[in-house]
Ligand binder design. Sequence first.
Ligand SMILES: [Zn+2]
Length: 67
Amino acid sequence: MHCPHITTSACYLLGALSNGERQEFYRHAADCAECRQGIDDLLPVVLVLWRTRALLGGPDEDDHWPT
Ligand SMILES: [Zn+2]
């Protein structure tokens, strides 16, 4: 019995949702323990991803290499 919205929690944390989708998921997660648990589980992973991206420099930085 897995919530079909559990994958949405990853998109939510990665900022990949539109405003409407984000609000919809936020409302759903308020009533869904599984999605809240999914957010708790994924949050450390997402933070590491963000930190790694900041350290390595994202694709935006590549455009600013001196030529
Ligand atoms: Zn859910």
